[in-house]
Design a protein. Structure first.
Length: 53
């Protein structure tokens, strides 16, 4: 739950994490195309930062 809250603050949208044994899912909720594009942009920047390090 703490990780969901942290991701909510980082991304500005509802986040759900469901764990089932060693597997799970991460769901990012969005309320329209604009919010979806914003999330994609944030994730792309994070990937670029990760690859640059």
């Amino acid at each position: 739950r703490e990780l969901e809250d942290n991701l909510y603050r980082l991304l500005g949208t509802k986040v759900e994490i469901k764990e089932r044994g060693k597997k799970g899912s991460l769901t990012l909720h969005f309320a329209g195309q604009e919010q979806f594009q914003r999330l994609v942009s944030i994730l792309e920047r994070l990937v670029k930062q990760s690859n640059a390090g």
